[in-house]
Design a protein around this ligand. Structure first.
Ligand code: NAI
Ligand code: COI
Ligand code: MG
Length: 358
C-alpha cells in the first residue's frame, strides 16, 4: 500500500525516539512491500524557535494531508518562561483540537521479562492488560484560563467544561472497545465533588443501559482508582475518563509496564486519521544522551499501522519484534535489571528493525 505519514519529532528526546519509530516504519515497508512517504513538520518548542508559533499553519496542513501522524514530544526548560506568550504544549493541544482527536487510547500491558524489574509484587503484574480511553479535546486543559490581580492579590482560574456530546462520543469508543475485549468498562470520575463528573456519570450510566447493557460496568472515584491501579491492576479492562484524570492515571499506569518509555498511544477522530505518540514528555533530564527508551514510540507505530493504515499483520509483527528484543535483553536503562548490559536508544531501534527484517 501507499501512505503518507506526517512526522513531528518535537523537542528533547522527541527526535531521538521518533528516529527509531521511522526506522521501524522503513523496516515494515521493506518487509511487506509498502511505500510510506514520510513528511516532517514542526511542533512545540522547535516550531516556536523557527516560526514564533508552537503550531505553524503548515504543520496543520501537512497533518490534514496525511494518512497518519507520528509525534515525539514537546516542551523543555528552554521554553518554560511563565510570562511567555506562546508555550510548546499549545502546539500539542492545538493539533489535537484542530484534528478533532477526541479519543486517546493508552494500552497498558506488561512484558513477562519486565515483571522482575518492577518494584511491584510480581503476582499483581502477571497478566495486566488494560486500556485507558482518555477524552482528549475537552475539559480543564481547554477551558477558559484567567489570571488577574484583585484586592487580595493575584487570582487564577481554569474552567473545566464538558458537553453531553463530548462525553457520549468518547464513551461510545470505550464501550465498543470493551465489547471487543473482556467486556468490562470502568468510568473514572470525581462525582462526589465535581459537577462535570456528575454529568459524565449520569450520561455514561444511561448510555451503558441503552447501548452497552452486555458490558460489566462500574464507576470509580479517581483517587481510589489511583490506588486500585497498583493494588489490583488485573481487575481493569477498559477505563474511560476525562482529559486530566486520564493524563495523570496513565503516567502512573506506565510503571506497571516498567517505565514511561513503554506506553504508546493513539489519538483518534471520527475518521481514519490518527495521531500516534508515546505518552511521555520530552524528558530533558536524559535528552541527547542516547538513554531514551524508544519502545513507546515503536509501539505507537504499531498502533498507527493497525488503526490508520488498517495493517494488522504488520502491527502484530512490530509488537512481536519488540517482545523479542526485550526477551533478548536489549533494553535501555529505565527497564534494565541490575547488572544487565544497557543498550542505547539507537541500538534498541536497530534491534527491533533487524527482527522485523527477519
Ligand atoms: N506529550 C508531550 O509532548 C508531553 C510533554 N511534556 C513536557 O515534557 C517536558 C518534561 O516533562 P516531565 O514532567 O519531565 O515528563 P517526562 O515524561 O518528559 O519525563 C518524566 C520522567 O520519565 C523519564 N522518561 C520519559 N520518557 C522516557 C523514555 N522514553 N525513556 C526513558 N525515560 C523516560 C524522564 O527521564 C523523566 O525522569 C515538560 O516540558 C512537559 O511540559 C510532558 C508530558 C507530555
Ligand atoms: C500537553 C499535555 C497535556 C501533554 C501530556 O501530558 C499528555 O498528553 O500526556
Ligand atoms: Mg501526560
Amino acid at each position: 500500500m501507499q501512505a503518507v505519514i506526517a512526522v513531528l519529532p518535537g523537542d528533547g528526546i522527541g527526535p531521538e525516539v521518533v528516529a527509531e519509530g521511522v526506522k521501524v516504519l522503513q523496516a515494515v515497508a521493506a518487509r511487506f512491500g509498502h511505500t510510506f512517504t514520510l513528511r516532517e513538520g514542526l511542533i512545540g518548542g522547535c516550531a516556536i524557535d523557527a516560526t514564533g508559533e508552537p503550531l505553524p499553519a503548515e504543520t496543520v496542513a501537512l497533518c490534514r494531508a496525511s494518512d497518519a501522524i507520528l509525534l515525539g514530544a514537546v516542551g523543555g526548560p528552554k521554553w518554560d518562561d511563565p510570562q511567555a506568550r506562546v508555550r510548546p504544549e499549545q502546539g500539542l493541544l492545538g493539533i489535537r483540537k484542530a484534528l478533532g482527536l477526541f479519543a486517546n487510547l493508552r494500552p497498558v500491558t506488561v512484558h513477562p521479562r519486565l515483571i522482575g524489574a518492577s518494584p511491584l509484587r510480581p503476582e499483581r503484574l502477571q497478566g495486566v492488560d488494560l486500556i485507558v480511553v482518555r477524552e482528549l479535546t475537552g475539559g480543564i486543559y481547554f477551558g477558559e484560563k484567567r489570571r488577574e490581580r484583585g484586592p487580595d492579590g493575584e487570582w487564577a482560574s481554569d474552567l473545566c467544561l464538558y458537553t453531553e456530546a463530548e462525553v457520549v462520543r468518547v464513551v461510545r469508543v470505550a464501550g465498543q472497545l470493551a465489547r471487543r475485549r473482556r467486556g468490562k468498562l470502568t468510568l473514572v470520575d470525581k462525582a462526589n465533588v465535581l459537577e462535570t463528573s456528575r454529568l459524565w456519570r449520569s450520561i455514561t450510566t444511561r448510555l451503558v443501559r441503552e447501548e452497552f447493557a452486555d458490558l460489566e460496568f462500574e464507576t470509580m472515584l479517581v483517587d481510589a482508582c489511583a490506588m486500585h491501579l497498583i493494588r489490583r491492576p488485573t481487575d481493569f479492562d477498559v477505563i474511560v475518563t476525562e482529559n486530566m484524570f486520564g493524563d495523570i492515571l496513565t503516567d502512573e499506569a506506565s510503571m506497571l509496564a516498567g517505565s514511561m518509555g513503554m506506553l504508546p498511544s493513539a489519538s483518534l477522530a471520527e475518521g481514519r486519521l490518527g495521531l500516534y505518540e508515546p505518552i511521555h514528555g520530552s524528558a530533558p533530564d536524559i535528552a541527547g544522551q542516547g538513554k531514551a527508551n524508544p519502545l513507546a514510540t515503536i509501539l505507537s507505530v504499531a498502533m498507527l499501522l493497525r488503526h490508520s493504515l488498517d495493517l494488522p499483520e504488520e502491527a502484530a509483527c512490530v509488537e512481536a519484534a519488540v517482545a523479542t528484543v526485550i526477551d533478548r535483553g536489549i533494553v535501555t536503562a529505565d527497564i534494565a535489571t541490575p547488572g544487565q548490559v544497557i543498550a542505547t536508544t539507537t541500538a534498541v531501534g536497530d534491534a527491533v528493525a533487524a527482527v522485523i527484517a527477519g
